[in-house]
Ligand binder design. Structure first.
Ligand code: GAR
Length: 188
């Protein structure tokens, strides 16, 4: 089984879905580490509860992205991590990690990319008035949500949808699609 680290910044519902799939033996990956740039985030509590090791840090305590990514890279190397799975990690990955993990970093984004990259993709879709949005899983490159697309699934926006209902529908799709896509990817 491939060793993976999950990177997250916030609530961690995707982290939880992946960890639960792993507990059910339905994930073809060994989650060795959670990397989190917000030590108070709820995802850190989730990891501790599940007994998954955590490396958390505050970016502002380092002189540069290179400095904290070097430390992350050491933590990953120590555990033999082969793939990086971003699950709501709200930072651009820099060249330190990209060079070490080229084509082995994946991200999930709550829109049908290339539509609505960046922050608040769900709000952007609602503001634009589109009738269909969705979820994209893609390889990570230097850009913001720009790397090659691996999988997508659409979600209809109904007239009665609010931010909350749409977010719920999108996250339900994410929690199914991410473990399934990772399994396909890591089986290759
Ligand atoms: C997810 O919806 C994910 O697609 C999104 O952040 C959310 C994290 O939720 N990621 C991005 O917007 C990346 N640009 P979670 O913390 O509950 O998994």
């Amino acid at each position: 089984m491939k060793k993976v680290a999950i990177f997250a910044s916030g609530n961690g519902s995707n982290f939880q879905a992946l960890a639960e799939a792993s507990l059910r033996k339905e994930l073809n990956a060994d989650i060795c580490l959670l990397v989190c740039d917000q030590p108070e985030a709820y995802v850190v509590k989730r990891a501790r509860h599940l007994g998954i090791p955590v490396f958390s840090f505050r970016a502002k305590e380092y002189p540069s992205k290179e400095a904290f990514e070097n430390e992350i890279a050491l933590e990953l190397a120590k555990r033999g991590v082969e793939w990086i799975i971003l699950a709501g990690y709200m930072r651009l990955i820099g060249s330190t990690l990209l060079n070490r993990y080229r084509n082995r970093i994946v991200n999930i984004h709550p829109s049908l990319l290339p539509a609505f990259p960046g922050k608040d993709a769900i709000g952007q879709a609602l503001d634009a008035g589109v009738k269909v949005t969705g979820v994209t899983i893609h390889f990570v490159d230097e850009g913001m949500d720009t790397g090659p697309i691996i999988a997508q699934q659409s979600v209809n926006i109904l007239a009665e949808d609010t931010r909350e209902t749409l977010q719920k529908k999108i996250q339900a799709v994410e929690h199914e699609l991410y473990p399934k896509t990772i399994n396909e990817l890591l089986d290759e």
